[in-house]
Design a protein around this ligand. Structure first.
Ligand code: FMN
Length: 464
């Protein structure tokens, strides 16, 4: 049985997905406090988790240019803080835990993004990853950044992302030779100018000229995660991603996704298993199965159907509230409510050959699983068994635990009860000890490194 990676999926807002902050165990009062996150990161570090992952977006739901009342009143992806600014404090408080931060290729500039992640590679001593996304809640974000007149199509956003990453990679991998940074106090040479090269890029969307002003950190390139699973998203992942984040819904669907991601990687000359696929999973535990089931019902009662409809509209640009709930969901397309946004989300509900679900059914499934992956419920033994079966059936490489009622107690419970069983089953390595070597995130999760192994085509492009 292969070892799996274990992460935690978080967002810097009061909830993860639909509002749960009103529950007594939620982090309603602490989610914006550095102390809460330091304590959580330490817990995960000591419990042997591999990484803490932050999803992020500048956006929040808006529909036809206005923000529905529920967004602010109920706290639906609102308000939200910048997770990147927290990483230095978390790195200082931990010694092994990796951090993955989501940052979009839409409204940022490649140079600024490359500089931030290269800085974080230094601050975390090589424990940083970047979840590359083409952005959600695009309509809201475009208005905030004043670029609503330039709305790019789904595929154009991926074309920009290609160029964005090309520049970042050149800055990280080619600007500084390995021994360019000398810091020699005797000769007074900080960096050898002969060994720091200019990057020169004139593209369709971006221009960037000059040497990179950050010397390489332990990993040079942060570990590249990617989320977005349309065929265009998959092609992008095949070319660039070292790990792909999916929201697995059931074993057959996830097995297909894993196989298709590996196949696409193989088609561009990469070893198919070198690309890691990691799924979200929400685990609700109990002393007995009935107890766990009761806790799940308590959790799901928090997910309000009206909030779900607002979040769905914000993410997809499709306001299903305008249609009869008994109508087939394909009517949304017929009614002209289709949009360029969130293709994955729609693909998720309409399967070739299967009956088309109604709008009410789609919204209810979305309510229960919005922004979430596998839903596991049971005793620790039952959950460990389900995880083993999922790994066997899908060939998935790891999971991220999604928050349930909001606080970090659920992560501690998983670490104390399920993780030891996964170790017994050979799915997790032993807990690190004082003598364990300190690994970079790439060494720990991808199993290579510390530097990125470049895809064959980038070697051929004449870059050193
Ligand atoms: C599993 C998953 C996680 C995502 N996480 C984020 C995120 O944290 N921030 C964000 O702006 N977009 C996120 N996205 C949206 C993607 O950036 C992308 O815009 C969207 O999925 C459309 O691309 P696709 O059709 O290839 O999936 C996520 C998408 C998926 C499928």
């Amino acid at each position: 049985m292969k070892h799996i990676s274990l992460g935690v999926f978080e967002m810097l807002n009061p909830n993860n997905g639909l509002p749960t902050w009103t529950h007594p165990d939620a982090k309603a009062k602490s989610w914006d406090q550095t102390g809460y996150w330091v304590q959580t990161a330490k817990l995960l570090d000591d419990a042997g988790f591999d990484f803490l992952f932050f999803a992020d977006t500048y956006g929040f739901p808006s529909i036809a240019g206005s923000v529905p009342d529920e967004v602010m009143r109920h706290g639906i992806q609102f308000p939200g803080l910048d997770p990147m600014l927290l990483i230095g404090a978390l790195a200082q408080a931990t010694s092994r835990l990796g951090f993955v931060v989501t940052s979009p290729t839409t409204v940022e500039h490649p140079y600024a993004t490359a500089r931030r992640f290269a800085s974080l590679d230094h601050y975390t001593a090589g424990r940083i990853g970047w979840n590359v996304v083409t952005g959600s809640s695009q309509t809201t974000t475009d208005r905030l950044f004043g670029i609503e007149d330039q709305q790019a199509t789904h595929d154009e956003r991926y074309a920009r992302a290609e160029e964005f990453l090309q520049i970042c990679s050149a800055l990280w991998e080619t600007s500084w030779e390995e021994d360019a940074e000398q810091r020699d106090q005797v000769t007074g040479t900080y960096a050898d100018p002969e060994k720091v090269h200019e990057v020169s890029h004139d593209g369709l969307f971006y221009r960037c000229h000059g040497p990179f002003a950050v010397a390489p950190g332990p990993q040079r390139t942060p570990v590249l995660f990617q989320a977005g699973t349309s065929s265009r998203g998959r092609a992008f992942a095949a070319a660039h991603a070292e790990a792909v984040f999916i929201q697995g819904q059931n074993a057959p669907q996830a097995a297909d996704q894993v196989a298709s991601i590996r196949k696409s990687a193989g088609q561009v000359g990469r070893a198919p298993e070198s690309i890691k696929v990691i799924s979200g999973m929400t685990v609700v535990l109990g002393a007995s199965h009935a107890h766990a089931q009761a806790r799940r019902e308590e959790l799901e009662a928090l997910y309000d159907p009206a909030d779900a409809a607002v979040l769905f509209a914000g993410m997809t640009g499709i306001d299903l509230r305008r249609l009869e709930s008994s109508a087939p969901v394909t009517e949304a397309v017929a009614a002209g409510l289709d949009s360029q946004q969130g293709q994955t989300l729609i693909d998720r509900y309409v399967r070739p050959g299967a009956p088309v679900p109604t709008i009410g059914e789609v919204l209810d499934r979305f309510r229960l699983q919005a922004l979430r992956g596998f839903q596991l419920t049971g005793t620790a033994e039952e959950v460990a068994q389900q995880i083993e079966e999922l790994v066997e059936a899908t060939d998935i490489d790891g999971f991220m635990l999604e928050p349930t009622f909001g606080g970090s107690a659920a992560f501690a419970e998983f670490a104390e009860t399920v993780a030891p069983l996964l170790r017994q089953r050979g799915l997790l390595p032993g807990l690190p000890t004082q003598d364990s070597p300190s690994l970079t995130l790439r060494e720990r999760v991808i199993g290579s490194g510390p530097h990125r192994s470049l895809a064959p085509e980038s070697k051929e492009s004449g870059q050193p």
